[in-house]
Design a protein around this ligand. Structure first.
Ligand code: ATP
Ligand code: MG
Length: 561
């Protein structure tokens, strides 16, 4: 469970404190997280989840999970289940307060009847196109619909027959009777109900008449006893309507508060766009580790703590902004640095033969599991005559400042010995380096030289006979542009996809990780943090790189200056 934090301050918390002081909601704080089950949750939703559930924890209140399921065409139980799993995984608990807007359909229908009887709603037969014309524009008032003054009885009769399925989709709608000249377009007799002969994932074919979001949300908040209905800025212009419905229905009114959505660099956060990536196979699924979905981050190796820390760091504001993806990466690095055990894995193996080491000799050398946490102890790593090191740790002609292995040079193998390169073996045909010949100094066991001799580099390594091959998936930004929504003329956001966002290697991993179950996280020394993928099995290991050790993008940006 997430920790409650009471020291934070922002405009939402200020509103709540003010309401607590004035006794507006009898001292209650009750929020809700209201996803529409039409896609998987993404990191933007995590911001809203942490905010809503976090406020409840902080103020000793409650938070509901409510499925805002008023659009049967795009919704599905698959999404419902994934959303529940993701909210729980983030560390939050709605206890017995799981709601569906569809559970309130009957009540909402009665509310609509109530407004008709009060001459606050009417059935309108204008075709969609004309509806639009009559609506007016930002600078011009709208015109009253010719059906606006239909008698109450006729409205009641038609509305009942709309429910009974007598009319085709789009033939008629129910509208609120507010003001066609209102400066806020949302108040110009907005639609309350539309006819949709479509199966609903929960109510089946019971309804062919579905309430609009605006006619649903506030009433559900009210029925559930919500005090603070927190939503994103695009609903600011809907707030007068939210209040109008509650006022005219004379039901308990919660307080709507808006905040700015999360935007992240190199990332799209719109379900409509994310669905395209999945359905058109640009990624392997909703939980592809390159996706900004909560399940994508989970598969990639992010912890719930790191996502919560990120949401706490970004805070809430009214103004739109874009958060640097590097900040999110920093949160997971900080967490894994403390908790992930270190192991040695060679991503691009280069064979090394220690010529003066005994032919069948094997030693178990002691390695530290986490220098940040002595309690995590040590483990044994096998050392033998044939090893692998990283290809990039050797240069035949080392440039200045390259301190790693090169012909004649001595380096340290971590936890093992000093070795010196004596010869380079190449493929006769391609000239490619296939093996290094080295000697070791038996006096340097453990990696220290008794004569105080210094080396400038320490390399990680594995024993060729003991190491286990593993598929390692390295990820880069899914998009090449900082703002992927901005595309060249005639193209869409998908033209900004990074063709090199996934790179798959066959690495050699230390034997100690061979049986780690999916979800286990490690630091591969010098290479980053990695997590066992669910595709993994014993004998066919698969790892995802969660994040590099440092912000390599920042480094590149600097060298380009
Ligand atoms: P999308 O634009 O991704 O389709 P949505 O707003 O349609 O998102 P909902 O399922 O309606 O998705 O969202 C549930 C809640 O999460 C809403 O309260 C919404 O305001 C909030 N939310 C969605 N996206 C973000 C975001 N990027 N940042 C913060 N909150 C968000
Ligand atoms: Mg929405």
């Amino acid at each position: 469970m997430a920790e409650a934090e009471t020291t934070r301050s922002d405009f939402i918390r200020d509103f709540i404190k003010e309401d607590l002081k004035t006794g507006k909601f009898e001292g209650r704080v009750h929020t809700r997280f209201p996803p529409e089950p039409n896609g998987y949750l993404h990191i933007g939703h995590a911001k809203s989840i942490c905010l809503n559930f976090g406020l409840a924890l902080e103020f000793g209140g409650q938070c509901n999970l409510r499925f805002d399921d008023t659009n049967p065409c795009k919704e599905d139980v698959e999404y419902v289940e994934s959303i529940k799993e993701d909210v729980r995984w983030l560390g939050f608990d709605w206890e017995d307060r799981l709601y569906y807007a569809s559970d309130f359909f009957e009540q909402l229908y009665e509310y609509a009847v109530k407004l008709i009887k009060r001459e606050k709603a009417y059935v309108c037969d204008l075709p969609q196109e004309q509806m639009r014309e009559y609506r007016g524009t930002l600078t011009e008032p709208g015109k009253d619909s010719p059906y606006r003054n239909r008698p109450v009885e006729e409205n009641l009769d038609l509305f009942e027959r709309m429910r009974a399925g007598e009319f085709a989709d789009g033939a008629r709608i129910l509208r609120a009777k507010i003001d066609m000249a209102h400066p806020n377009l949302n108040m110009r007799d907005p639609v309350m109900y539309r006819i949709l002969h479509s199966e609903h994932h929960r109510t089946g074919d019971k309804w062919c008449l579905y309430p609009m979001y605006d006619f649903t949300h506030g009433q559900c908040d009210s029925l559930e006893g919500v005090t603070h209905s927190i939503c994103t800025m695009e609903f600011e212009d809907h707030r007068p309507l939210y209040d109008w419905y509650l006022e005219n229905l004379e039901i308990y009114p919660p307080r709507q508060i808006e905040f700015a959505r999360l935007n992240l660099t190199y990332t799209v956060l719109s379900k409509r766009k994310l669905i395209q990536l999945v359905e058109e196979s640009y990624v392997k699924g909703w939980d592809d580790p390159r996706m900004p979905t909560i399940c994508g981050f989970r598969r990639r190796g992010y912890t719930p703590e790191s996502l919560r820390e990120f949401c706490a760091r970004i805070g809430v504001a009214k103004a739109d902004s874009v958060v640097d993806l590097a900040m999110l990466e920093d949160c997971i690095r900080g967490d894994l640095n403390k908790h992930a055990p270190r192991v040695m894995t060679v991503l691009r193996p280069l064979r090394v033969v220690i010529e003066n080491y005994p032919e069948d000799g094997v030693e178990e050398l002691e390695a530290v599991n986490n220098p940040e946490d002595p309690d995590m102890g040590t483990r044994k790593v096998p050392f033998a005559k044939v090893l692998y090191i990283e290809q990039e740790d050797f240069r035949e002609d080392p440039p200045p400042k390259f301190y790693r292995l090169s012909p004649g040079r001595e380096v340290r193998l971590r936890y093992a010995y000093f070795i010196r390169c004596t010869d380079v073996v190449k493929d006769d045909e391609t000239g490619e380096i296939v093996e290094l010949r080295c000697t070791y100094d038996p006096e340097t066991r453990g990696g220290d030289s008794p004569d105080g001799r210094k080396v400038k580099a320490t390399l990680h390594w594995v024993s060729a006979d003991h190491a286990v091959p593993a598929e390692v998936r390295l990820y880069d930004h899914l998009f090449t542009k900082e703002n992927p929504g901005e595309a060249e003329e005639g193209a869409d956001f998908k033209s900004n996809l990074n063709p090199e966002s996934l790179q798959s290697l066959t690495a050699m991993v230390e034997p100690s990780v061979a049986t780690a179950p999916p979800g286990t996280r490690f630091q591969f020394e010098r290479q980053g943090y990695f997590c066992v993928d669910p595709d993994s099995s014993e004998g066919a290991l698969v790892f995802n790189r969660t994040v590099t050790l440092r912000d390599s993008w920042a480094k590149i940006a600097k060298t380009l200056q």
